[in-house]
Design a protein around this ligand. Structure first.
Ligand code: BGC
Length: 884
């Protein structure tokens, strides 16, 4: 039996909108081994039951099940299509139709924005709270189709005839608003009636557009918030009509008196206007709207899933020694607290969201810096009333209740995690409970910081798209969830905000350019182009290409990638690169007392990244068939590597700078001549041992250190470092009760005191990049560089008796992929799961002695046992040497 388990359009499952060239993909499920697709058939219909088929490929002989383009099919603008796929395999089996996929097609060129940005006159439009804006309209004839498109300068929730029409939060999402604002599209055909009056509207709040951002700023993008919307009415008689936001819109202050991403919300339920967005609503007390023309080229369709609510946590009541009344939700997160309460009109609910308790077990809010994270709600006094703030989000595990009418009922207070709607699939489980919890923590830090843009942290007055954090974590992110669209959206902004000379901002969307940084001790030194941060422009597209196999991502950003390499080239001297403000090995433990900057010199870290990114850029040029560039940048890569060696290697081939980070980067980035690799790897091992078996690395060295060891024969040392439980280590924080990854390895010291409150997030994914090592090295699941996308891939587990039982799962574009193992005496087993229509190259090191190959044909080559495995589950029985 074979079946299709998933269909994607342009990489998304049930993608709302598709534009441009359409690419279809699907996954095959089936029992048995070696399933290979021989042919496929795609049908595209306009109705869900496929009674009207607009395109049929017929049976097409091909093994391709990803990036399949349908030639000849010309989709129409603003039309919804349904897709179904059927396949035949090499064993003569045929699947049924799988049809759970639909998409809305948009042709950007055909989209004409005629609507106006609408807002009430100042000062109402400059509110720090929320507004109601609405527009009444009449549907004249019989509707064939109706589509609502809408966007905001601010964040908005769309309404039609009293009903909220989307569960997505924080629309239109955060982009580099000066360049582009996303608009959303909804099919509202079913909601409109011939001859009737309707009301469209929105609740609008400042959000990223006009709320606080960064340490001092408010209103970075504009002074007033505004809404724009357009309804296309396609009548059955062939006529069309467009309803626009314009001066006829009506505006009113909403009950939201404050809505700020950092500070939280103040909501006075007494000010609610029941039925404010229904056709029956009266206009008394509503003001007219002022309008401003929209620049149509700045409005882009939202293609990727936005933010929504996910897991819901119950809380437990807690009184701190200082007598503070708190609720503990047991999980740190980016989230929204929902509650129900009974009170008299004007009774006040007030609570503060926070992440951690201090040494004494009391409320600790200092690390939030200036972010208030406070929710205030005034009751309307009509029995039980429920509320959830939705125009801000908080980073928290606990709430501290400052005021509550009557008795606090913990079961009436819930925390809802919010994050971008990306499908999570990666897991790593083992017989080591601390490792399992660490993995959960990494996932939670990812969830908490994948809130429309990749952020550094979700709680303090930052929550910004720090490019370095995203770059460092991106290798791990692809194994944990389908982040293709999420990153693609953000990369459009990185590219859009790239400087003329190719420099790349530290933060994207780049809010630093709106503020005078001269008073900031750090950022006054430079607001763009730091190694490891700016390299996101090259490395993230490459990692997406490697994992998902889609060359389109390289085509889109190729010029931006090149401009970043050229920037480094231009600013280098003799191929040694360094430039203005560098964060270097940020937060490394070998930093001088009180400093954030690690001990590894910037010349080295910058040049190492210069070489690494250039090497990757050359490969991108090659992948796109750009021969001239491939030659030029291949030569540049050689020149940088040579300069790196002549500068940083001693005559005996040892690195002159022997910090753990210098060694780990040089080794993992492959910058050393072959003959010097082993001794430098030994030096790294020695440096760690000499340092009491712990790492001293920061943002740059930490993601490299374990791989630098295990790639060079020191797998046991990598495990020793990874499994260390005392400070400093990954597991120390787990033992300290962490439920997310900390910004500092010693965010909370062993005596319970805190690292400086300046920079002490308990929810930062950067060090979670260690999960990348679990997937790519411990379980050894890697794409083949020359054939990305996992049609053919590597399974090269580097296992250890230190972690004798485990299972690592991820989802490649072809389906679920896993390596699991159990060591026992005398024999153990290793199991490989390869998805249908894909093939794995299994590589096992000399420590594995195979007893039963489960039908796989192993041969020995270059010190490895190698076998090619088709789809299915393959379990080999083996004995594994115990190494020290
Ligand atoms: C952020 C980091 C970021 C760093 C750069 C911090 O404030 O939280 O994660 O990369 O600044 O200096």
């Amino acid at each position: 039996m074979i079946s299709i388990s998933k269909i994607t359009v342009n990489g998304y499952e049930n993608s709302c909108f598709a534009e441009g060239r359409l690419q279809f993909g699907w996954q095959i499920a089936g029992d048995g081994r070696d399933i290979r697709q021989e042919a496929y058939q795609i049908q595209i219909g306009e109705v869900e039951d496929f009674s009207e088929i607009v395109w049929d490929t017929g049976r097409t002989e091909s093994s391709a099940s990803q990036f399949v383009e349908v030639t000849g099919f010309a989709p129409e603008h603003l039309k919804k299509y349904y897709v179904r796929v059927m396949v035949w395999d090499n064993r003569g089996q045929k699947s049924d139709w799988h049809s759970e996929c639909s998409f809305f097609y948009i042709c950007r060129e055909q989209f004409s924005w005629k609507a106006w940005w609408t807002a009430p006159a100042a000062p109402l439009a400059q509110t720090q709270g929320g507004l109601y804006i609405r527009k009444r309209f009449t549907v004249k004839g019989k509707i064939q189709k109706a589509v609502l498109t809408s966007a905001a300068q601010g964040i908005y929730q769309p309404y039609l005839d009293g009903k909220r029409i989307s569960d997505e939060l924080f629309l239109p999402g955060w982009t580099a608003y000066e360049n582009r604002i996303q608009y959303q599209i909804w099919d509202i055909t079913e909601d409109l009636k011939q001859g009737q009056e309707h009301m469209m509207g929105c609740i609008l709040a400042p959000g990223w557009y006009r709320g606080r951002l960064g340490e001092t700023g408010r209103g970075m993008y504009g002074e007033r918030i505004a809404w724009i919307a357009q309804i296309y009415l396609y009548y059955e008689d062939g006529q069309t009509e467009v309803i626009l936001t314009d001066q006829q819109c009506r505006c009113h202050q909403a009950p939201l008196l404050l809505a700020d991403l950092y500070d939280g919300e103040i909501y006075d339920a007494r000010l609610e206007i029941p039925g404010w967005c229904t056709p029956q609503a009266k206009d008394t007390g509503w003001t007219s709207a002022e309008t401003e023309a929209a620049e149509a080229e700045k409005l882009w369709p939202q293609k990727v899933q936005g933010v929504s609510q996910h897991e819901c946590f119950e809380g437990k009541e807690l009184y701190t020694p200082a007598g503070e009344h708190c609720i503990d939700f047991g999980q740190n997160m980016a989230g929204l607290v929902a509650f129900s309460v009974k009170g008299q009109p004007g009774d006040k609910v007030e609570f503060t969201c926070f992440e951690a308790l201090d040494r004494e077990g009391n409320v600790y809010t200092e690390n939030l810096r200036s972010a208030g994270q406070k929710i205030v709600y005034y009751c309307k006094g009509e029995g039980e009333e429920s509320y959830m703030p939705e125009f801000s989000y908080q980073g928290f595990r606990y709430i501290h209740i400052n005021s509550w009418p009557g008795e606090v009922l913990a079961d009436k207070i819930k925390a809802n995690a919010v994050y971008s709607d990306i499908p999570f699939y990666g897991t790593f489980t083992s017989d080591h409970p601390l490792v399992n919890r660490l993995m959960e923590n990494i996932k939670w830090s990812m969830k908490s910081n994948f809130v429309d843009v990749p952020t550094d942290c979700p709680q303090r007055d930052e929550r910004l798209g720090w490019t370095g954090d995203a770059q460092i974590f991106s290798e791990t992110a692809v194994y944990l969830a389908n982040v293709y669209g999420f990153f693609e959206k953000w990369l459009y902004d990185v590219a859009g905000e790239q400087l003329e000379d190719g420099g790349v901002p530290h933060i994207v969307p780049d809010i630093l350019r709106f503020e005078d940084q001269s008073g900031d001790w750090l950022l006054s030194q430079g607001t763009h182009s730091a190694a490891a941060w700016a390299d996101c422009m090259v490395l993230i597209p490459w990692r997406l290409y490697q994992y998902y196999g889609n060359k389109k991502i390289l085509e889109i950003f190729y010029d931006n990638m090149k401009r970043w390499i050229d920037f480094m080239w231009q600013h280098s001297k003799g191929y040694i690169w360094n430039y203005m403000l560098q964060f270097g090995d940020w937060l490394a433990l070998d930093a001088a007392e009180g400093s954030y900057f690690g001990a590894t010199p910037n010349d080295l870290t910058c040049t190492a990244y210069f070489a690494y990114s250039t090497g990757i850029f050359r490969k991108a040029a090659e992948a796109l068939g750009k021969e001239e560039d491939s030659r030029i940048y291949g030569q540049l890569y050689q020149d940088i590597c040579n300069a790196f060696c002549s500068h940083f290697l001693k005559l005996d081939g040892m690195l002159r700078i022997n910090t753990q980070t210098a060694l780990a980067m040089a080794l993992h980035f492959g910058l050393l001549p072959k003959e010097h690799v082993q001794k430098n790897a030994e030096e790294l091992r020695w440096r760690i041992r000499e340092n009491g078996d712990h790492m001293t690395t920061g943002f740059m060295g930490t993601p490299c250190i374990l791989a630098a060891l295990s790639e060079n024969g020191f797998t046991e040392d990598a495990y020793r470092l990874f499994l260390r439980e005392e400070y400093p280590s990954w597991l120390y924080q787990v033992k300290k009760g962490a439920t997310t990854v900390w910004e500092h390895l010693d965010g909370m010291k062993s005596d319970g005191t805190m690292w400086s409150s300046d920079m002490n997030s308990f929810n930062h994914y950067a060090y979670g990049a260690v999960a990348g090592w679990l997937f790519t090295q411990a379980a050894g699941i890697r794409s083949l560089e020359e054939a990305p996308g996992f049609k053919k891939f590597i399974m090269n587990p580097k296992l250890s008796w230190k972690l004798p039982q485990g299972e690592c799962r991820t989802e490649t574009p072809y389906g679920e992929t896993a390596v699991s193992w159990k060591f026992d005496l005398p024999d153990g087993w290793i199991r490989f799961q390869v998805p249908p229509n894909a093939e794995a190259e299994i590589l096992l090191g000399p420590e594995v002695h195979i007893k039963d190959t489960d039908g796989l044909q192993f041969c020995e080559k270059d010190g490895y046992l190698r076998a090619t495995a088709g789809s299915g589950i393959h379990t080999i029985t083996c004995e594994i040497n115990k190494m020290q």
